[in-house]
Ligand binder design. Sequence first.
Ligand SMILES: [Zn+2]
Length: 150
Amino acid sequence: MAVALYDVYLSADVVEKAQTHFRTAASRGKEAMGLLLGSAFVWNGNPYAVAERYVTASNDATAVSVRFSREAFSDLSKKLNGFRVVGWTHSHPDYGCFLSSTDVATQESFFSEDFHFAFVVDPVRGEKKCFKVRNGQSVPVGFAVIRRKR
Ligand SMILES: [Zn+2]
């Protein structure tokens, strides 16, 4: 049986919460960011991650850069609730989805596990992409948005 395997699975709820946060920030001319919590797995030797919770906190943001404040990191550490950090997300309002050199450095410094990914959203253009960093280069990775039956 053929099984399509993506590097990243994002719950629809996570995508909606991040997009709402990013659209609100973009309306004020700001970027925003958050952490993606969930679970990491290996299938046939390939790591993949499932993001099930979106958490954010106060951001130090300008139009073209965003970082978590020191206080935000301590807030976020309280919101793990048994999940692990599988990736991070941030917005690029109206300049497209890619990893900047700063984003690559952030990924390498804080998200260095093989399942860690960066989810970049352009809330103005309506684009979203996932990336990993390999050998100092950003590489787009396949992702699927999953919706649970209720
Ligand atoms: Zn960026």
